[in-house]
Design a protein around this ligand. Structure first.
Ligand SMILES: NC(=O)c1ccc[n+]([C@@H]2O[C@H](COP(=O)([O-])OP(=O)(O)OC[C@H]3O[C@@H](n4cnc5c(N)ncnc54)[C@H](O)[C@@H]3O)[C@@H](O)[C@H]2O)c1
Ligand SMILES: [Zn+2]
Length: 442
């Protein structure tokens, strides 16, 4: 039997036999060739304040040179330049045309690349994931421009645009190199550094999608400056989420800097985004299940209700805000069922409120049975038994396989009362203490 290069890992993401790297078995019933193999991936994420710094002198930044370096190919000097196609969220194209020009110039200045045309605009926000004609259009352009597996697709945008363009890039030719420039706090700290992409189908979020490792990700802080305040703070719910799952110190640092984040202090925001990106990246690269083959989906903490709330609201509640509400529900649930301290739940809710994020929405009351139906959708998506991540402590997630609907309803009711009390206190310019409120009612 042929022996190929073998990069076996000690940790298999699948619960398959790993000891018999090469096993041939036969029995009366038939035979089986059973081989395990692993594919080494490289995941590169750069952070900078301005990726075009110094470009006035005609230089291309080292980040862009490295990002587009053809380290993986057999290219020779007479190989045709690799084609590059750019897709850009239309809000950035409008708010920051200079940035788009600079990107086109930088790509044009790299001899081994050839831009196939000016940047293509794409409608930003959830609409680009809902409208199937948009995915079709991206695929058509990829085909019309004759992109191949050595080409680059560059996606500049929020999580929605990165998801839609990333999905097309992943399925065209079974995968074209994708370079992401995330342009929202959420995408720089979470989705843009992930290995997933998806569009919505059958009225369900992310129904159609793939796992695919991007060629490179450039988190340019300059892109975030044109974000409206509401979109800016909404991304920090994912930073809170991942810190609750992975890092006690990380959660403390977000809690302590919540007011500074809401005020958009750049040094603080950048540090928190970088911490969030790093925790997500560590989960993907070292968590043992990058492509989510196992039943647990820890990064989806707070998401079972969030995804449903987004859909029920017709996507007027954005992902980041829905996740904030989902986290508030699940920390209260964790107090009742998995030993999470009430004082810690109060700290989480206080932090979300200080960030300027919601912990309740009236649709939770009017559409409660539909929201609870999100649990069944979650189970169907995972297959097998329901597995939802809750918290035993900050930094200590725990999986549960049943959700008590009555406790969820109680949590929603308490959050509704808390929301009203906090709003009234704010209007009266009074003080509202989440811990005292919860101590009294929960
Ligand atoms: N693939 C993943 O792993 C993953 C993880 C988390 C979230 N997501 C997805 O990400 C999406 C949410 O992404 P998001 O929170 O980044 O928001 P978004 O992409 O929906 O963008 C929000 C709004 O901001 C605009 N915008 C984007 N960048 C801008 C900028 N720099 N200046 C001005 N306006 C700008 C967009 O046009 C849009 O109107 C959801 O669809 C969610 O499901 C995916
Ligand atoms: Zn999310």
């Amino acid at each position: 039997m042929l022996e190929l290069m073998n990069h076996s890992t000690s940790k298999s993401p699948l619960r398959l036999p790993t000891s018999s790297n090469s096993a041939n078995t036969s029995s009366l019933a038939g035979s089986c060739i059973d081989k395990s193999f692993s594919v080494p991936f490289r995941h590169r994420v750069w952070f900078c304040d301005d990726v075009f710094e110094g470009s006035e002198t005609g230089c291309v930044s080292s980040i862009l040179k490295e990002c587009f370096a053809d380290f993986d190919s057999d290219a020779t000097p007479d190989t045709d330049p690799a084609k590059v196609q750019i897709w850009i969220d239309d809000q950035i194209a409008d708010a920051n045309p200079q940035w788009v020009d600079s990107l086109q110039q930088a790509i044009g200045a790299m001899g081994h690349l050839r831009l196939v045309g000016p940047a293509e605009r794409i409608v930003g926000g959830e609409e680009c994931k809902i409208d199937e004609a948009i995915s079709e259009r991206i695929l058509e352009r990829i085909n019309d421009d004759g992109l191949d597996r050595r080409s680059y697709i560059v996606a500049v945008g929020g999580g929605a645009v990165l998801d839609a363009v990333g999905f097309a890039a992943a399925i065209a030719h079974r995968g074209i190199r994708l370079v992401r420039f995330p342009s929202t706090t959420l995408s720089q700290g979470d989705s843009g550094v992930g290995v997933k992409n998806a569009v919505n189908s059958f009225g369900k979020k992310n129904w159609k999608g793939t796992f695919s490792v991007p060629w490179g990700v450039v988190n340019d802080y300059a892109l975030l400056r044109s974000l409206p305040d509401g979109d800016f703070v909404s991304g920090f719910s994912e930073a809170v989420k991942v810190s609750l799952l992975k890092s006690t110190e990380g959660f403390v640092s977000i809690s302590e800097s919540a007011a500074a984040i809401a005020a958009r202090e750049e040094a603080v925001c950048r540090a928190v985004i970088e911490q969030s990106a790093e925790l997500h990246l560590l989960h993907i690269t070292e968590g043992g299940d990058p492509f989510e083959l196992l039943e647990a989906r820890p990064l989806d903490f707070g998401h079972w209700s969030a995804h449903k709330l987004e859909a029920v609201s017709g996507y007027s509640v954005c992902h980041g805000r829905a996740v904030s509400i989902g986290l508030a529900i699940d920390v209260l649930y964790s107090v009742r069922r998995t030993g999470f301290q009430l004082t810690d739940a109060a700290r989480v809710i206080e932090c979300l409120l200080q960030l300027g994020l919601p912990v309740w929405n009236e649709l939770l009351d009017s559409n409660q049975s539909e929201i609870l139906g999100g649990l069944e959708e979650f189970r169907q998506h995972l297959g097998g038994r329901l597995t939802v991540t809750m918290l035993a402590d900050v930094g200590h997630p725990v999986n549960v396989h049943q959700i008590d609907h009555e406790i969820v309803s109680e949590a929603i009711e308490v959050l509704g009362n808390l929301h009203r009390a906090a709003t009234a206190a704010k209007e009266a310019e009074g003080v509202f203490c989440v811990a005292d409120f919860l101590e009294d009612v929960f």
